[in-house]
Design a protein around this ligand. Structure first.
Ligand code: NAD
Ligand code: UD1
Length: 333
């Protein structure tokens, strides 16, 4: 059985669907801070299987011990975290407590029970301002300028140290680029709290009339059209990357790092255009000043994941837009 922390969240729920679809047993724990239990019913609607769900917090040691005592868990896929960059600057203690202390708590409980297989949700944010593009896994980790990014760097370091000290651990560190899209059923997707920070959720809210206008943060970047360039990846492709990582580490020891992206970069203006084509909606926008901390451009070199995991993102930008829009159309907010 596989324990999925944060399994009712955006990426976690899509990963649960992919794991269940190939017949793996899954248990989800989540404190529902940024998600809803309705997702469990949606997963059932999509797969015909209702995963075990227990509400609880990864910082609660007694809760974790009771979970590991009750269920025959062999591996943990760890999504649970706080992820809003701006908020992390205002609330660093909450971010380090939730992300770093929460992960340490989980690793300690696993260690005590001799469960040493772990997949971790990291982020391209660890590269900071990248030294080379496309970014390979060997690209030095930068200095993230916010506590959220810093929490990912710290956890990566803890995992590397753990694997060095105890050769029985099998660890996959997955560095996601920019996950967007939603399940093609339209039943699960991203549910940002309040006004979205990220580009795609903002665009879909503008297109549905819930927000008046998109602000494009800067048009004088050193990029093809002056707007920021990123590697957007469909969340279902990302979820499949977890299946491949699970398969790879289940019979191997060591700590492995893989980029999960598409290897292609799209500018903000290209994304607006792709969205308008796919959704047949207009996205009014205005050019605003740059957002603090944003880099010009980044996209992944995914050769390592392709070679070692036999994984490659399959869904194109058009599909990402169609699926994001379908999901937004199903939301009341
Ligand atoms: P999400 O907020 O949708 O999902 C995270 C889930 O974890 C939520 O359901 C939340 O309720 C739960 N959670 C948070 N703290 C918890 C705690 N202490 N105990 C139990 N549950 C807790 O976020 P997501 O987009 O699915 O991200 C999943 C992971 O991927 C996170 O670690 C995030 O940092 C990482 N990541 C996300 C992105 C992205 O753009 N979405 C990019 C790179 C990395
Ligand atoms: C952001 C986070 C990063 C996190 C990632 C995935 C910051 C500085 N970085 O990355 O740590 O891992 O999300 O969750 O927040 N844009 C606009 N208008 C908007 C929103 C965004 O023009 O309203 C632009 C940005 O300037 C950027 C691009 O769109 O060029 C993508 O932005 P976003 O979706 O927020 O992702 P990142 O900044 O790449």
């Amino acid at each position: 059985m596989i324990l999925i922390t944060g399994g009712t969240g955006f990426i976690g729920s899509h990963t649960v669907v992919e794991f269940i679809t190939i017949g793996l047993d899954v248990i989800i724990i989540d404190n529902l801070y940024n998600s809803s239990q309705v997702i469990i019913d949606r997963i059932y609607e999509i797969t015909g299987t209702k995963p075990i769900f227990v509400k609880g917090d990864i910082r609660d040691k007694a809760f974790l011990i009771s979970i590991f005592e009750q269920y025959p868990i062999e591996m943990v896929i760890h999504f649970a975290a706080l992820k809003a960059v701006g908020e992390s600057v205002l609330k660093p203690l909450e971010y380090y407590d939730n992300n770093v202390s929460g992960t340490l708590n989980l690793l300690n409980v696993m260690y005590d029970r001799g469960i040493k297989k772990f997949v971790f949700s990291s982020s391209a944010t660890v590269y900071g301002n990248p030294h080379e593009i496309p970014i390979t896994e060997n690209c030095p980790i930068g200095t993230p300028i916010n506590p959220y990014g810093q929490s990912k760097v710290i956890i990566e370091k803890i995992l590397q140290d753990l694997s060095f000290a105890d050769k029985e651990w099998s660890i996959a560190i997955l560095r996601y680029f920019n996950p967007i899209g939603a399940h093609e059923s339209g039943l699960i997707g991203e549910l940002p709290n309040g006004i979205p920070n990220n580009l795609l959720p903002y665009i879909t809210k503008v297109a549905s009339g819930k927000l008046p206008k998109l602000s494009v943060f800067g048009n004088d970047y050193n990029t093809k059209d002056g707007t920021g360039v990123r590697d957007y990846i469909h969340v279902v492709d990302l979820a499949n990357g977890h299946l491949k990582a699970y398969d790879y580490i289940k019979d191997k020891n060591g700590c492995y790092v893989w980029n999960l992206g598409t290897g292609k970069g799209y500018s903000v203006l290209e994304i607006i255009k792709a969205f308008e084509t796919a959704s047949k909606q207009k996205v009014p926008f205005q050019i605003k000043s740059k957002r603090a901390g944003d880099i010009d451009e980044c996209w992944a070199d995914c050769a390592k994941a392709q070679k070692e995991l036999n994984w490659q993102a399959k869904r194109d930008i058009y599909t990402m837009m169609v699926d994001s829009w379908r999901w937004q159309c199903n939301q009341s907010k």
